[in-house]
Ligand binder design. Sequence first.
Ligand code: GLU
Length: 284
Amino acid sequence: MITRFAPSPTGPLHLGHAYSALLARDIAQRAGGRFLLRIEDIDRSRSRPGWEAQIFDDLHWLGLTWPLPVMRQSDRLPFYRAALDRLWERGLLYPCSCRRRDILAAAEAPQEGGTPLTGPDGVIYPGTCRNRPRPAEMPEDALRLNMKKAVDTVDEVSFLEEGSGPSGETGRIVVPAEEMISGIGDIVLARRDMGTSYHLAVTLDDAAQGISLVVRGRDLFEATAIHVLLQRLLGLPTPVYHHHRLIRDETGKRLAKRDDARAIARYRAEGATPEDIRTMVGLA
Ligand code: GLU
């Protein structure tokens, strides 16, 4: 078994990250498997070497170890590009020049002033650019997945859930094609400023690292359907998934990167031990 922890170096690790990393390591260890680390730094505008150094330091302090070298997404842009080329050649991608406010305006129109439908990537794309003539060569533009075409190409989007989703979903999960089309829609697979996207990068990297069990927060449960679809489209294996509970503050709010008060570094500075952190996240 191979598990992983895949933080983005865009802020301090907090208790929720500690829980995720420790759980992934514990599960691998119990199974006699391996735990890997990956740095998800495709967002160059928000990633900082200083945060990366702090992540290594906090994880070591928690008692985690991982094989070197660590995979870093910013080193893998040519692999992401190659996968986009394959999807482009099969007519599954189209360029999109919509701005955020155009998308919102178009998505709000049929709702008569109501709230537009949202999916794991925010507002469901209303399809403005879908039927524009496609250029012969793949452009350096934002690229969207034609979801209808994509689901028509694959057999079934299904995976095994060993943890549970936000509504207790567990076991064999099958995501109906209709739900992929209306509840997720034509998501961006390459952002103009990144040349890739979280969904594409994470799918290719989990496969490249041979991850057999993806342990991560329940907030990503809906995104898993996208990752499984991409695995089917690109001929990659589907790992087993373990979505875990989220660590919340005393008001019940999910912890975020900006919650410095719950940063591991803060607890360390105040004299907490790694065992204290395990207790705080319910792993003692
Ligand atoms: N890099 C993502 C994050 O920090 C996690 C990705 C994943 O576990 O799939 O939220």
